[in-house]
Design a protein around this ligand. Structure first.
Ligand code: ATP
Ligand code: MG
Length: 333
């Protein structure tokens, strides 16, 4: 039987599609988009399981206001290390169903997740632990599994990569983003090679946590990120589409305070539509929504018909510089 380790793509529609929200850079919006897309999928009637793989527990305790799992009971940390061998269902917090059959359940974090990293390194095939755990779920229990990853490239992130069919990369238009993105893509390729995994699908980036209007530097950085959506003439870098834009919105903080996804808290908010767009892309990947429903996100800053990237100029290096003037080196970011 094909498993997550051998299947070349999301092989059977009856399996949940597993998506990792991943960037080793901290505070780029991983948890926000995991919960946002999860809420949007549940609103569409999909059954979603979110996994809070981050020991910081922001998805569990901040975004959804749920309790951490009991240290001594069934919890994710003990399940990953093999200390808990009971049913995976006992790890899950089941939230009320949505009209239309949607579900947004959670495997919460627990304090012991901080210690799991060290523990896992001493075990055999540690990278496969999360995938093995998820294989215990009945194949028709969920349509989507969303993994909120910690801001690191450690063994926990590796477990998410092994378990995932594909990856969503939240990014911020800031100085270090492009470098972080390249590092991340290298890491994904390294794990695939080391473990002889089929290619994980990179669904795309989700730029977020920026204020409108963008400062000059942010516009330049956004243009750099958007340029990633174009095929590289040498074919060395795969185009990475932009799935949606998630600028700073007070409504997100309010929704977190109320412990609800934005699509529940304020379904009419513009940012709710952005989360719906990410959700739609994943639902297409799961084979549940038609591919024609997808439209690429328009460029905010990069004009593919305008000057070539290397010809973009910025006036100076201050935050508010305009994107014309002093030359910025394409690779130097
Ligand atoms: N679009 C948004 N508008 C306003 N605030 C947001 C938005 N998205 C996320 N936030 C807030 O910004 C903070 C950082 O976002 P988030 O926790 O999603 O980032 P992260 O990448 O998961 O961080 P970490 O790397 O620490 O896990 C959180 O407090 C969150 O509530
Ligand atoms: Mg987070």
């Amino acid at each position: 039987m094909a498993t997550r380790f051998t299947s070349s793509a999301h092989a059977a529609v009856s399996l949940p599609l597993v998506t990792a929200f991943l960037n080793q850079k901290g505070g780029v919006g991983k948890t926000g988009v995991t919960v946002g897309a999860g809420g949007a999928l549940a609103e569409m009637g999909r059954r979603v399981l979110m996994i809070d793989l981050d020991p910081q527990g922001h998805l569990t305790c901040e975004a959804l206001r749920l309790p951490e799992a009991d240290q001594d009971g069934p919890n994710l940390a003990r399940a990953l290390t093999g200390e808990y061998e009971g049913p995976i269902q006992d790890l899950i917090i089941s939230r009320p169903s949505y009209d239309g059959g949607g579900q947004l359940d959670v495997i919460p974090t627990t304090l012991a997740m901080f210690l799991v990293v060290r523990d896992l390194y001493s075990r055999r095939a540690p990278e496969t632990k999360l995938a093995r755990l998820l294989e215990q779920l009945p194949s028709d229990a969920y349509d989507h599994i969303l993994i909120d990853c910690p801001p690191s490239l450690d063994i926990l992130t590796d477990t998410a990569l092994v378990a995932a069919d594909g990856v969503v990369i939240p990014v911020q238009p800031s100085n270090t983003s492009l470098r972080a993105l390249r590092l991340l893509i290298d890491q994904i390729a390294a794990i695939e090679n080391d473990l002889r995994l089929p290619r994980r699908e990179l669904y795309g980036m989700v730029p977020g946590l920026y204020r409108r209007p963008l400062s000059g530097i942010q516009r330049f950085k956004m243009a750099e990120l958007e340029r990633y959506t174009l095929p590289d003439p040498d074919g060395l870098v795969e185009p990475l589409p932009i799935l949606a834009h998630l600028p700073l919105a007070t409504i997100v903080e309010e929704a977190w305070l109320s412990g609800e996804p934005v699509t529940d808290y304020r379904p009419s908010a513009p940012i709710a539509d952005a989360y719906r767009k990410v959700a739609l892309r994943l639902d297409i990947a799961a084979g549940l929504s038609p591919a024609e429903a997808w439209e690429p996100e328009p460029f905010l800053e990069f004009d593919p018909d305008g000057p070539h990237h290397e010809e973009l100029y910025v006036t100076d290096s201050t935050e508010d510089a305009a994107v014309d003037g002093v030359r910025a080196h394409a690779e130097g970011a």
